[in-house]
Design a protein around this ligand. Structure first.
Ligand code: TXA
Ligand code: MG
Length: 331
């Protein structure tokens, strides 16, 4: 007898082969998947997300042996990073294979590839036997989903099947490393840090704003690089911890209803303020970040204040918070 999960996987594969969409869990966030070799199927991703057609999507692979079907050149760095970090929250940007549809690459000469580390995603990919194109399963620019319910809330009827793998472990999107230039460049920070990558590569990858970063990067289109992204509808402001009390007092004087996300309890009683405590370590904070932002966004407050994290270990979280602040309030 086939297990329920086995039946779900079978149905998911049938839908993907028929050119339909399937949402599935990964260790980072939920993805909205389509057969990456089928342009009509990939087009549905863009329609459902409301995503501009020139934004490339990541192709998820069952394992690293599939790389050569999607990338025409495999620099030694790619093999090293794949060996060390796959399956895992790392996306490699490589020169595209000519067979990869333009819609997947956003018309660029590169393609983003990753092997996700989630049992359900891996079962799906192995059963499908080819690449699944999948951006995060949310409306373009909004908060990424880390539970099946988040996907249902955002995209609902538009997706024929949502595989439920529970809450995502990492909670923020994969680290993206561009290997198409002379030096590796981190296009999007994530759980896997520059130092970890550097230990494998022999030297740390550059950040896009590094003076040594290749000039062509300016024309790279990665939506995760847009200033406004991952955003709630409620205006969100980042506040240094020691400025929070005064900011809250001022907001209350203005008769605003406010909510706070901080890594400690409220220092004193603040009537009228919704206080949400988040884990004080970067991995824990990231794991709950999008669920916290969604919950705070649903509270109908006038403003969300988030304690601004400090220190190099918070880089990926700070990146998401800054983009969330920049895009917030735009309904
Ligand atoms: O963790 C993740 O990466 C999740 C899960 C579902 O795997 N996916 C994800 O996809 O975050 P998305 O589409 O929301 O963000 C993918 C990022 C975008 O910023 C996109 O522009 C960039 O990857 N990207 C994809 N292909 C690229 C390419 N060829 N060159 C530059 N950036 C690329
Ligand atoms: Mg996204």
């Amino acid at each position: 007898m086939m297990t329920e999960i086995g039946q779900d996987i079978e149905r998911a594969v049938a839908l993907l082969k028929a050119g339909e969409l399937v949402a599935f869990p990964t260790e980072t966030v939920y993805g909205l998947g389509a057969d990456a070799m089928n342009p009509a199927a990939v087009a549905k991703i863009f329609a459902v997300k409301g995503r501009p057609a020139d934004h490339p999507v990541i192709v998820h692979l069952p394992d690293a042996t599939h790389l050569s079907r999607w990338a025409r050149e495999l620099p030694p760095e790619a093999a090293l990073l794949a060996e060390k970090f796959w399956p895992g929250p790392l996306t490699l940007i490589l020169k595209r294979h000519p067979d990869v549809p333009d819609l997947v690459t956003g018309g660029q000469d590169s393609v983003g590839l990753r092997v996700p580390n989630h049992p359900l995603a891996l079962r799906l990919l192995k059963a499908f036997g080819s690449g699944i194109a999948a951006p995060s399963a949310n409306k373009f620019g909004r908060i990424s989903p880390t539970t099946a319910q988040h996907v249902k809330d955002d995209l609902g009827e538009a997706v024929p099947l949502i595989l439920d793998g529970g809450p995502c472990e990492v909670g923020i999107e994969s680290t993206i490393v561009d290997l198409t230039h002379r030096r590796a460049v981190i296009l999007r920070p994530g759980r896997i840090s520059a130092d970890e990558l550097g230990r494998v590569l022999g030297r740390n990858p550059l950040s896009p704003d590094d003076p040594l970063a290749p000039a062509e990067l300016a024309s790279t289109r990665a939506s995760g690089m847009l200033a406004a992204h991952y955003a709630p509808k409620t205006p969100l402001a980042l506040m240094p911890d020691d400025s929070l009390p005064i900011a809250l007092r001022n907001a209350l004087v203005r008769k605003e209803r406010v909510a706070v996300l901080a890594t400690h309890p409220a220092p004193f009683e603040m009537p009228g303020v919704i206080w949400r405590e988040a884990p004080a370590d970067p991995a824990g904070f990231a794991h709950e970040l999008y669920a916290n932002l969604r919950a705070l966004d649903a509270m109908g407050v006038d403003r969300i204040y988030v304690q601004k994290p400090v220190g190099a270990k918070w880089l990926a979280v700070l990146d998401r918070l800054q983009r969330a602040a920049a895009g917030s309030g735009e309904v």
